[in-house]
Ligand binder design. Structure first.
Ligand code: URA
Ligand code: SF4
Length: 212
């Protein structure tokens, strides 16, 4: 496996990327998952939300954030005042990584390893290049580390605007930024779920303010 790079069609739009990603075999994850889960939203989106990887429901349905974490994210976006139609939703890794103790057993999420994350990165880079959003929301440690490096700590650096270097010299925006927050799944698992949810919404409001 040598990564997604050679599957990314040069100059393609989002539809072209989506079609090509369906056949990606850039890492081992394509083999056991049901399908590539690419993204939802349009190239005109002003905000990009990046999760970790599809979950069980996303793997079955072929769309990001449609399971329990997605329901929570939808609600948090409403509470933060972000229009879902302004948002492009994607993941750092496009195939579901899981372990399963036998046929018919529940599939248990596993965090993608660094090799799988870097294998999948060309898809994310191509998406961001096309969309060039005003703000990128990093949902959880995997997405944050993928974009901001392995030493980034969500717990310490969440909810702050971080300037984004230009993606491309000619088309890049000057004032684009990132904001990191907790993953919606972590909110679902939290002991104090109300407090965790309020924290997620507060961080999303930082993004909402950028959008004005
Ligand atoms: N968790 C993610 O990170 N992404 C999804 O699409 C669903 C759950
Ligand atoms: Fe390709 Fe990413 Fe799927 Fe790996 S996880 S096969 S790199 S789309």
């Amino acid at each position: 496996f040598d990564g997604a790079g050679r599957y990314v069609p040069p100059g393609a739009g989002l539809d072209g990327l989506r079609r090509a990603a369906a056949g990606c075999q850039g890492c081992d994850l394509y083999a056991d998952a049901t399908q590539t889960v690419f993204s939802s939203g349009s190239a005109a989106a002003r905000v990009v939300m990046i999760g970790e990887q599809p979950g069980d429901q996303e793997d079955r349905q072929g769309a990001p954030f449609v399971g329990p974490a997605g329901k929570l994210l939808d609600k948090a976006l409403v509470d933060a005042g972000i229009d879902r139609s302004d948002a492009y939703v994607t993941n750092a890794v496009k195939h579901f990584r899981f372990k399963q103790d036998g046929p018919g057993k529940r599939r248990i999420h596993q965090t993608p390893d660094p090799a799988q994350m870097s294998a999948c990165r060309p898809w994310l880079a191509a998406e961001l290049h096309i969309i060039d959003p005003e703000i990128i929301v990093l949902l959880g440690a995997t997405a944050a580390k993928a974009l901001l490096g392995p030493s980034f700590r969500v717990t310490r650096q969440r909810g702050r605007l971080i300037p984004r270097p230009p993606i491309d010299d000619e088309t890049a925006r000057q004032n684009a930024c990132y904001v990191a927050t907790v993953h919606p799944s972590a909110v679902l698992r939290a002991d104090d779920r109300d407090a965790a949810y309020a924290g997620l919404v507060a961080d999303l409001k930082v993004a909402a303010e950028v959008l004005g």
